[in-house]
Design a protein around this ligand. Structure first.
Ligand code: ATP
Length: 505
């Protein structure tokens, strides 16, 4: 990997992609703000998804449902009863953990020795085992905490504690944020912040179907905020308590589930490649047996190799007609579809691709980040050694975000060669204003031209246009490519077509 999460977080803060929320008050765990560049990146991700899933398909329509819905929606969906994670506390440090994400270092033969617990995405505490137990770590095995009988908890040492017996028993914790609607805080007024956007689609299935006059198969898509009171938010923005989802419910004829599921998995993988996540870093995690919900016939998670491990970006599930059945039964309103060709009436099945905007933004940032060593006198560009403090003799370091041009926050940066030459500045403003009508562009006249290029490299702007003295003579400009750093000369009249081709979705 080219990036440590610390280096990435530091760039994101310095350049205005991501800030800790309400930072001036010390922040609040699991919540993030997107700065001027982050908001553009996220908009481009959402726009690309919307285009690929909704606008270029005649049989998919959009919806924007409210975040707070009737509480019975969440009874019907099963979220009030079942949307729970097992949680446990550390008695000593008061730290809180998801029990299903804790692993335990356990002695293979001596059942009476201490057992060390640690979160699954951290390094196993071999050193700690060696020191405290004075044992050879190879005599230990690693098992999930939930496999340890509760009566043995008194021998467990928690992740940040030194005392045995520091972990409480796991208990179920509902992840939905609870609030009240109206001026009285009584039980009858309890409402929930949605933990997914999908249920808004199912609850409006009847209305949307009636107005859109679609025939099966057809889809309803939605992008919006979702809220989960995650027990431990971690890995930067990867697991947050407020995040954005992009969800499609694709309603299909029962019996076509397997083929439609496979179709959407491959469609979505193509999209990931287009926005800049290479096939080699993407994986399918196919759920089988116990890992599959009882109503689902298939579920594939789309995974990406993050620097902190291979993790889910999107889940694609064939959910049968579980959700529509639940809402029909709970609301008493008929949600059946009438098939005019076969004269049959049925509850459609559904395939649900459900993706997280924030996780995709993070993956794109991880993927795009590079530090390169540029030879001062020409020659081959080197990928920097991440552990080196500075570039070797004769080289200069540059940080570059190699975003796919279609999702880069700014598409073009425009520079007058010198800021104190009125004709250059006037011409540069003219070019900037022309391009900025169509794309998000950046104008910069401060400092040496090389430094201005570097500033744009660091935020991933794919093209730089420089207006120099020749421009005033012949109306041509220099266009610099972020990745190759090569420059071409072209007439201003060809600029728009050139940029359009480069930044196409
Ligand atoms: P995980 O197992 O990682 O908690 P999940 O399987 O519960 O995720 P889904 O319920 O399938 O997630 O939600 C669909 C998508 O929404 C996920 O693939 C992810 O991109 C996004 N998402 C879910 N929870 C979070 C979160 N806490 N922070 C950011 N994105 C999330």
């Amino acid at each position: 990997y080219h990036v440590s999460m610390d280096a990435l977080a530091s760039l994101c803060k310095r350049r205005g992609f991501i800030f800790q929320t309400s930072e001036i008050y010390g922040g609040i765990n699991g919540f993030w703000d997107y700065g001027p560049l982050g908001v553009e990146l996220k908009r481009n991700i959402k726009e690309s998804w919307w285009k690929s899933v909704v606008q270029t398909r005649e049989n998919v329509v959009g919806l924007d449902s409210s975040i707070i819905m009737h509480p019975r929606v969440w009874e019907a969906s099963g979220h009030v009863g079942n949307f729970k994670d097992p949680m446990l506390d550390c008695r000593e440090t008061k730290g809180r953990y998801r029990a299903d994400q804790i692993l335990v270092f356990k002695h293979k033969s001596n059942a009476a020795t201490l057992m060390f617990a640690y979160p699954e995405d951290e390094e196993p505490p071999r050193k700690k085992v060696k020191k405290m137990g004075k044992q050879n770590p190879d005599e230990y095995e690693i098992v999930p905490l939930l496999d340890i009988p509760v009566e043995n908890y008194d021998r467990l040492v928690g992740p940040d504690a030194s005392e045995a017996g520091t972990l409480t028993e796991p208990r179920a914790f509902n992840l939905m944020f609870k609030t009240h609607v109206g001026p009285v805080e009584e039980n009858a007024a309890v409402a929930w912040l949605r933990p997914e956007t999908a249920q808004g689609i199912f609850a409006q299935f009847g209305n949307v179907h009636a107005v859109s006059r679609q025939k099966i198969p057809f889809g309803i898509a939605q992008i919006g905020k979702a809220f989960r009171n995650e027990i431990n938010p971690r890995n930067y923005t990867f697991r947050s308590r407020e995040f954005e989802q992009m969800e499609l419910e694709y309603f299909i004829k029962p019996g076509t589930d397997a083929e439609q599921h496979e179709y959407w998995v491959s469609e979505r993988l193509k999209w990931y490649e287009r926005v800049g996540l290479p096939e080699g870093r993407m994986h399918r995690d196919i759920h089988e047996g116990d890992a599959l919900a009882h109503y689902a016939s298939a579920c594939t998670d789309i995974m990406y190799d993050f620097p902190f491990g291979t993790q889910e970006l999107e889940g694609i599930a064939a959910r049968g007609n579980f959700d529509l059945t639940q809402h029909q039964n709970t609301s008493g309103k008929g949600l059946e579809y009438y098939d005019e060709e076969t004269k049959e009436r049925y509850l459609p099945h559904v395939v649900e691709p459900s993706a997280g905007v924030d996780r995709i933004a993070l993956a794109l940032l991880c993927e795009a980040y590079r530090v390169e060593w540029i030879p001062k006198d020409g020659g081959e560009v080197l990928t920097a050694d991440p552990d080196a403090k500075r570039a070797p003799e004769g080289y200069e370091a540059r940080t570059v975000l190699r975003f796919a041009p279609s999702i880069a926050p700014y598409k073009v940066a425009v520079f007058p060669l010198l800021k104190n030459k009125e004709e250059l500045v006037g011409k540069a403003r003219e070019v900037f204003e022309q391009l900025n009508e169509r794309w998000n562009c950046f104008y910069d006249q401060a400092g040496a031209i090389g430094r201005r290029y570097r500033r744009q490299d660091e935020i991933g702007t794919p093209l730089g246009v420089t207006i120099d003295f020749d421009t005033l003579e012949d109306d041509t400009v220099t266009v610099r490519d972020r990745d190759t750093m090569e420059q071409v000369r072209m007439p201003i009249s060809e600029l728009e077509a050139y940029v359009a081709e480069k930044v196409r979705f």
